[in-house]
Design a protein. Structure first.
Length: 274
């Protein structure tokens, strides 16, 4: 099977706010999306199709047909207000989870042997939703950033071995990174709220357990978990996973991805902890 992904962009406004709920509940469920009179996003949707390569044409799917079909779905959304301008999305909470499902069903399953495999909807640079047509398993990713210093030095190795393995990263004074952490949870969409996880709760967990703990810290000196553990990005990911896991039973913690530099990124699914 060959996969083909096509991006589409559109801009839309919306407000997530249930008028029957108190302010505290709206903020817990929808976070800043419940504030004010509404706000807007420049959405990016990635549509992935899968199927065999047609031996006659050498393509999986005719791109001209793909562009036409995506245009039919995307153009009515562009420069619109989701709460008011689209029957399927009208109401108090046109969340990104509901929007990605709308895109899936509006587009249809596919053409001939080529099928729609997944949609990734980027609401912003720091939040995206993955949907594969299964309402019981929707993936929500939130990205946070923190700045920290570390020195790569293992107490299980000699000084010479540490220098040989870690090079400049073994500098006795340490060095720093602007870390980017993407946390993905998975579960069904709550039909009352239109979310997989309360946005305000998700943000609070990541701020308290990750950003407040690691931001502007020297991992070797300031964090108890690295007093005897070499604070590599691999070990940092495992430490973060252990901190986050108790907070995510429903939905469950699926994946965390740590970008250390523009050249290095690490992913962890916590298999050892499950």
């Amino acid at each position: 099977m060959m996969l083909l992904t096509r991006k589409a962009r559109f801009s839309a406004a919306y407000l997530c706010r249930n008028p029957d709920w108190p302010e505290a509940r709206n903020r817990r469920v929808y976070g800043t999306c419940a504030v004010g009179s509404g706000h807007g996003h420049d959405y990016v949707a990635e549509f992935t199709f899968g199927g065999p390569v047609d031996p006659r044409t050498g393509v999986v799917l005719n791109l001209t047909e793909v562009k036409r079909r995506l245009g039919d779905v995307i153009e009515p959304l562009d420069l619109s207000h989701l709460n008011h301008d689209h029957g399927a999305l009208e109401g108090p909470a046109p969340t990104s989870e509901r929007l990605v499902r709308y895109l899936w069903h509006a587009l249809g399953s596919g053409t001939g042997p080529c099928r729609l495999a997944s949609i990734r909807l980027h609401e912003s640079r720091t939040r995206n939703i993955d949907y594969t047509g299964d309402d019981s398993m929707v993936y929500v990713t939130r990205i946070v950033e923190f700045n920290a210093a570390h020195r790569l030095h293992s107490i299980r190795l000699s000084d010479e071995e540490n220098v040989r393995i870690f090079g400049k990263c073994n500098n006795p004074h340490g060095h720093g990174h602007n870390y980017e952490l993407a946390v993905t949870v998975r579960g069904p969409v709550d039909e009352e709220t239109g979310t997989v996880i309360d946005a305000g709760r998700f943000d609070d967990i990541l701020r308290e357990e990750v950003v407040d703990r690691y931001d502007h810290r020297h991992l070797n000196h300031d964090l108890e978990e690295f007093q005897t553990v070499n604070p590599t990005s691999e070990e940092l990911l495992r430490a973060i996973w252990k901190r986050l896991l108790p907070f995510f039973e429903h939905p469950s913690l699926h994946r965390i991805r740590l970008v250390e530099t523009s050249k290095n990124a690490f992913e962890y699914f916590g298999e050892e902890e499950r």
